[in-house]
Design a binder for this molecule. Structure first.
Ligand code: BGC
Length: 799
């Protein structure tokens, strides 16, 4: 069952072990620096529960032996657990929902407040019950702090009831949150030491990661109210525990507050992480005061990211926004981190950074441009590594990795497990070279939306240039076709990694790769040509760029090959020769065919033989480029892309995609909206349900799908409004969507904070707040208006 939602909350009623991991992910709290899953503090990690705490960018690599081979993997590390707090009547068993009678259980995520509340009534026998109410925050103003308030109330008692409470920091945790990875070593922490702080009621735990040697300090402070006795401390087995006794009086509530601070040696402005954590927790104010500053920080975030969409879609969008902001908050602007595909919410994909930022930055650009800039700087800091990767592959320029982690080397696994067949199989996903175009696209979009010429002229230009250079050098001339080709790659559709019966991985002329490569080359040329002259000279001196190379880019950008078959764009050369899959038969035989690749492999077949895609590939072009831009890109490549060809292409892939990635429904919804098609709403709903209904069958519990979450926000922001930021103007071309005819949001655009756009009853309203900035140049089809600060403009939209 999906969570129940009211305007500002997301809640779950009743205890359901089968749902627990999903709830833990969707009720995770974070602040961009730190994330903690919504696990129950009285439960240890087991088959049902999985507490996890992660710090953005904190990775460690380990070597394991699987299938007779050595596999090296880098993981976002599950850090010491600050959460544990258990309780029992002395002499009885510790109370957990798995061991004690649960008379009631409710978990409420307060989105506006960034607060997780749970209330559980445990039966104690003889007509007695204990209600445990907890409020938890991961602090949005001070990213190193978290706090847990626990209130105990006993019923059915006539005299005081004794309760034993234990609060710990657990350094014995491992990365064990993803069943598929369990054959791999998950013990990332070592040298665990514990101690008692000099501050009142504080204890600490320090440790370090085994190979990346990141030192971690966690400190907690425990404070009970008048009902509590003195606090005792126990050390041992990689954990430190504080014990206290409460006397619960009839009708009275007793409160215990646990405050936690966490630092790692990657943090700036600290001496050492342990000292920083103990100092911070000692200086932290009480729960109420912490809550106050936390609420103010959240209030400010919501104002900056305001989105107003009515009904159920609106509530889901707010949940998505909540998790995006918890993963990438203004604190991220100060960190050296990328966009983790599964948030700070779980261990799937090991916290790695893929091309998913393509679905995240366009949203952030218009609300938190400084965060986008930081995420692009993460890429820029790893440009040298990407250059080295290109060199090692015998190419010029920069080859960004498909999966990136700490230092920007290729982190994609070499083997992956098919849980259906139990076989470890070669993983060729690293051939998705198109990730470089995603980086370039984001550089360009960020600069267009923010007007940050400084970035474009410096780091942005360097990345564009080196990525373009890589494409130009990857393209080979085919005399018989009279075209340049890019051979041996994979497109976004991960089902196809080789030609059937070929001994060599990779495919030729993936249309998405070639068209985006042509786009990158075009943009790089434009950037180099428009750079201020002194800067152009510097760049040329540093990179050895000369006129000959620019001519080559020009040539390749016009001659890259785009394959077609049966009047539609082919996903890659030879795609048209693949067999048709009997979709109906597979749908009859399997409940869920989203992971057709695994099903077919387990049957001894391979999805490489079929015209079947996991996710949008060719259609990604309709996501990245508005129709006019796409048509002009094709025309530059010497092809006519009219509405008819595009419609047939959309239909072709619509019928042949299993949506084995949450990104797929999103892109299809977007593309269909732009093509003004009736099926749009079905896909928009699929994209909205992706995580809350866990449509990929158990994957959300391993971490949210950040790209799809941010993508749905951007679907409203840019997809439905047709919003583009280019040539210094704000372009709008709203799509009529009967199911969503009224909505509004605020954006930050080129120094204008809180520009409000509202769509209602065939009208569009644009309100620009008072400031000393220049008026905003707004372009709609066939119309241009200039909206000065302090003015609201109301426009009637064409039918
Ligand atoms: C998708 C990729 C995506 C990755 C991380 C995969 O399932 O196929 O496109 O980048 O998940 O989210």
């Amino acid at each position: 069952m999906a969570g129940e939602a009211t305007a500002g909350t997301w809640s779950y009623d009743g205890y359901d072990p089968a749902q627990e991991r999903l709830r833990e992910a969707l009720c995770a709290l974070g602040n961009g620096y730190l994330g903690t899953r919504g696990a129950l503090p009285e439960c240890d990690a087991d088959e049902v529960h999985y507490p996890g705490t992660y710090v953005a960018g904190c990775y460690n690599r380990l070597v394991s032996r699987v299938a007779g081979r050595e596999a090296e993997n880098e993981d976002m590390v599950n850090l010491p657990n600050w959460l544990p707090l258990r309780f029992r009547v002395p002499g009885g068993a510790w109370l957990t929902p798995d061991t004690a009678p649960v008379l009631g259980h409710r978990q409420v995520l307060h989105l506006d407040a960034g607060l997780l509340e749970r209330r559980t009534r445990y039966g104690l026998g003889q007509g007695r019950a204990l209600t445990v109410r907890q409020q938890r925050v991961v602090h949005m103003a001070d990213p190193h702090l978290a706090a847990l308030r626990t209130e105990f109330t006993a019923e059915g008692i006539t005299a005081g009831l004794e309760l034993e409470v234990e609060a710990s920091i657990d350094g014995g945790v491992t990365n064990a949150g993803v069943a598929r990875y369990r054959d791999l070593d998950g013990r990332h922490l070592t040298h665990v030491h514990t101690g008692t702080g000099s501050g009142n009621g504080t204890v600490w735990l320090r440790c370090r990661t085994r190979t990346s040697d990141i030192r971690i300090g966690t400190a907690t402070r425990l404070a009970g109210d008048a009902a509590a006795g003195p606090v005792a401390v126990r050390h041992g087995h990689g954990r430190v525990t504080q014990e206290l006794r409460l006397t619960l009086a009839p009708g009275r509530t007793a409160t215990v507050d646990k405050t936690a601070a966490l630092h790692t040696s990657r943090d700036p402005a600290i001496s050492d992480p342990l000292r920083a954590a103990t100092d911070r927790v000692t200086a932290a104010p009480g729960f109420e005061e912490l809550l106050e500053t936390h609420l103010t920080a959240w209030d400010q975030l919501w104002r900056r990211a305001d989105i107003d969409v009515p009904g159920e879609p609106g509530r889901i969008l707010r949940l998505h926004l909540f998790h995006v902001l918890q993963t990438l908050s203004p604190h991220t602007a100060d960190l050296d981190v990328g966009v983790p595909a599964r948030g700070l919410h779980g261990e799937a994909y090991r916290g790695h950074v893929f091309w998913d930022e393509l679905f995240v930055l366009p949203y952030l650009n218009l609300h938190f441009p400084e965060v986008s800039r930081a995420l692009l700087r993460y890429r820029h800091r790893r440009l040298e590594r990407a250059r080295a990767a290109a060199r090692a592959a015998g190419r010029r320029g920069a080859m960004y990795p498909w999966q990136s982690g700490s230092d920007g080397r290729e982190e994609s696994q070499r083997l992956h497990l098919n849980p259906h067949s139990g076989r470890w199989l070669p993983d060729h996903s690293r051939l998705q070279r198109h990730v470089g175009s995603a980086v370039a696209y984001n550089v360009w979009q960020y600069c267009q939306a923010s007007g940050d010429a400084e970035f474009l002229h410096t780091k942005g230009a360097e990345m564009l240039l080196e990525i373009a250079r890589f494409w130009a050098d990857s393209a080979t001339w085919d005399e018989s076709l009279g075209r340049h080709r890019i051979l041996g790659v994979m497109g976004p559709d991960e089902y196809h990694d080789a030609y059937p019966d070929s001994g060599r991985p990779g495919l030729d002329d993936n249309a998405y790769t070639n068209v985006t490569a042509a786009w990158v080359l075009t943009r790089a040329l434009e950037t180099v040509r428009t750079l201020p002259e002194p800067r152009r000279r510097e760049l040329a001196e540093r990179t050895g760029l000369d006129g000959g190379e620019l001519e080559q880019w020009e040539d390749v950008s016009r001659t890259l090959y785009v394959p077609f078959h049966d009047g539609v764009i082919s996903q890659f050369e030879g795609y048209g020769d693949l067999a048709e899959l009997d979709w109906a038969a597979y749908r009859r035989r399997y409940d869920d065919i989203r992971r057709l690749d695994r099903i077919l492999e387990a049957e001894g077949d391979t999805v490489n033989r079929y015209k079947a895609s996991k996710q949008a590939d060719v259609l990604m072009l309709g996501y990245l480029f508005a129709p006019a831009e796409l048509a002009s890109l094709f025309s530059r490549l010497g092809h006519r892309l009219d509405d008819d060809i595009w419609r047939r292409t959309v239909d072709h892939y619509l019928d042949r995609t299993s949506h084995g990635s949450t990104l797929s429904g999103l892109v299809h919804g977007w593309v269909l909206a732009r093509a003004r098609r009736a099926e749009t709403w079905t896909f928009v709903q699929e994209a909205l349900r992706g995580d809350i209904a866990d449509v990929q069958g158990g994957t959300t519990g391993e971490g949210i799908h950040l790209g799809a979450m941010a993508g749905t926000l951007d679907l409203v922001q840019r997809g439905l409004t047709g919003l583009e930021t280019r040539e210094g103007a704000l372009w709008l071309d709203p799509v009529p969507l009967p199911e969503l005819s009224s909505y509004g949001f605020a954006i930050r655009y080129r120094g204008h904070w809180g520009v409000r756009l509202r769509m209602r009853h065939g009208h569009m309203e644009i309100a620009v707040p008072q400031s000393d900035r220049s008026p905003i140049d707004v372009r709609l089809p066939g119309r241009a208006v200039c909206v000065p600060p302090g003015r609201t403009c109301r426009l009637l939209l064409p039918d």
